[in-house]
Design a protein around this ligand. Sequence first.
Ligand code: ADP
Length: 498
Amino acid sequence: MRTPVLSFRRKVLLSLALVAATLSAGALLVTLQLSRIRVDAMRVREETRESLQARELLARIRSLEADLGDLAKDGLAVRNLHSELVDMRRQLEGLLGHSSEKDPSRESHQAEEDRLVTELLTDFGSVIDHLHGPLQEETRAELDQVLTRILRFASVLSGEMFEESESAIEDLVDRSRAARGVTLAVGACVLVVFLFFAWMLYRDVVVPILEIRDVALRFGAGATEDRLRIRRPDELGELARTFNEMADRIVEKQQVLEARVEQRTRELIRTSRFADLGILAAGLAHEINNPLASIASCAEGLQKRAARGELDELGDYLQTIASEAWRAKDITSRLLELARPAPRTRGEFELGQLFRHVERMLGTLVEKEGKRFVVEPPEDGIRVGCPGDEMIQVLVNLVRNAMDASPAGSEIRLAGRRRDDRVAIEVQDRGPGIPEEDRARIFDPFYTTKEPGKGTGLGLSVASAIVESHGGSFEVEDRLGGGACFRILLPPAGKEAA
Ligand code: ADP
C-alpha cells in the first residue's frame, strides 16, 4: 500500500497536539493570574490591617493631647500617660515587623512606611524619657512640641497606609478583570481549536465513510459502474482508491466469467446439437436403409429374372418396391412434420363426435386383429380447444401402438371426461405396459422397441408435438389390472393457451 502524502493519523496527532498546547498555555496563564490575585489579596488584607492600626494610634494620640492639661498637677496622670505611651510604642514597633509573606508590598512604599514609623518611635522615646514625676513648665512645653510632631507623623502614616490599602484594592480589581479576560480568551481558543478538530473529523472521516458505504451498497445492488471520488491524499483516500481498484477487478472478473459462460454455453449447445443430429441421422439412416435395401434387392431380382426372361413374379416385386418406397416417404414426411411443425391452427371439437369418428375409422381394423375396441361415450357437450383432424392423428397413433402391444382377445379402451380445468382423453390397453425408466424416452424421435421395418419411433414424438402445440400435455401410467394408459390433457375450447 502506498503511504499517503498527509496521513490522517498525522493530522489527528497534530490537531490533538494543538488542542493540548492551547489548553496548557491557557492553564498556565490562568494559574499565573490566580497567583497574582492571591498576592494582591494578601496585600489588601495586610494594608487594611495596618491602616486600621494607624487610625487607632492617631485617635489615641489625639485623646492624649486633650489630657495634657492635667499632667502638671497630677503625678498619677503622668504615670498613666507613661504606660499608655509605652503601650503605643509597642503597637508602633508591630508596624515595623514586616513579613514579605503576609505583606508583599512594594519596596518603595515599605521603605517610606518604615521611615515614618522609625521617626515616630524616636519621638515616642524622647516623650517617654521626660515622663518622670509631675511635669515642669518647660518640660511640658517641650512635650507639647513632641506630641504635636507625633500627631503630624501619625496623620501622615495613617494617610499613607489608607492610600496604600486603596491602591491594593484597585490592583486586585484590575487583576481579577485581567484574569477574567485571560480565562475567556483561553476558552475561546480551546473552542475554536475544538470546532476545527470536529469539522476536520466530519470532512475527512464521516463524509468519506458515508460515501464509501453508499457506493458499496449500490455496487452490491448491481450498479457496478459506480466509483468513489478520490479527494484526499490520506488513509481514507487510499481506502477509496483500493475500493475502486477492487471494484474494477470484480467487474473485470465478472466480464471474463460471463464471457466464459457464454462460450461454454455455445460449446454445449453446439455439442448437444451435434449429439441430437447424430441420433437423428443414425435413426434416419437405419429407418431409410431398410426400405431402400428392400427396393434395391427387388430391383436386382427383377433385373436377373428379366435377363433370364422369367418375368412371371414381376407383379410381386413391383408391389414390394412400391410399398417400401411409400414407407420411406412416410418416414421422411413424418420427420419433416416433427422438424418443421405446421403453423398452429386454431380449432375445436366435440368429444363424443370425435370418439364416434375414431370408432368408425379403427373399430373394424382392431377387430380384424382379434381384439376389442371399447369406446366409452363421454358426457355430452365437452368441447376441446384443438382442431379435430390433428386430434384424430394423435389418437390413431395411440390406438395403433395399443394394438401392437395388446395380446389377442384383449380390449383397447378409449375414454374421456372433464378433469379440473382440463379435458382428459385416455387410451388404455392390456399389453405389457411401459417400464418406469422408459417413460421419458418413448417420446424421443426414432425410439422404438418394435421389430425392424415395423416401427419408425416417430408416432409418439409427432403426437406429443401436436398436443403441446395446443397447450396440452401427456401422462403415461400403468392401467389398473395391467397394461398401459396414455392420458392426454387439453384445455377446453375457449381456454386454449394464447
Ligand atoms: P413406434 O410405434 O414406431 O415404435 P412410437 O413413437 O409410436 O413409435 O412408440 C415408441 C415406443 O413406445 C414403441 O416402440 C414402444 O416401445 C413404446 N410404446 C408405445 N405405445 C405403447 C403401448 N401402448 N404399450 C407398450 N409400449 C408402447
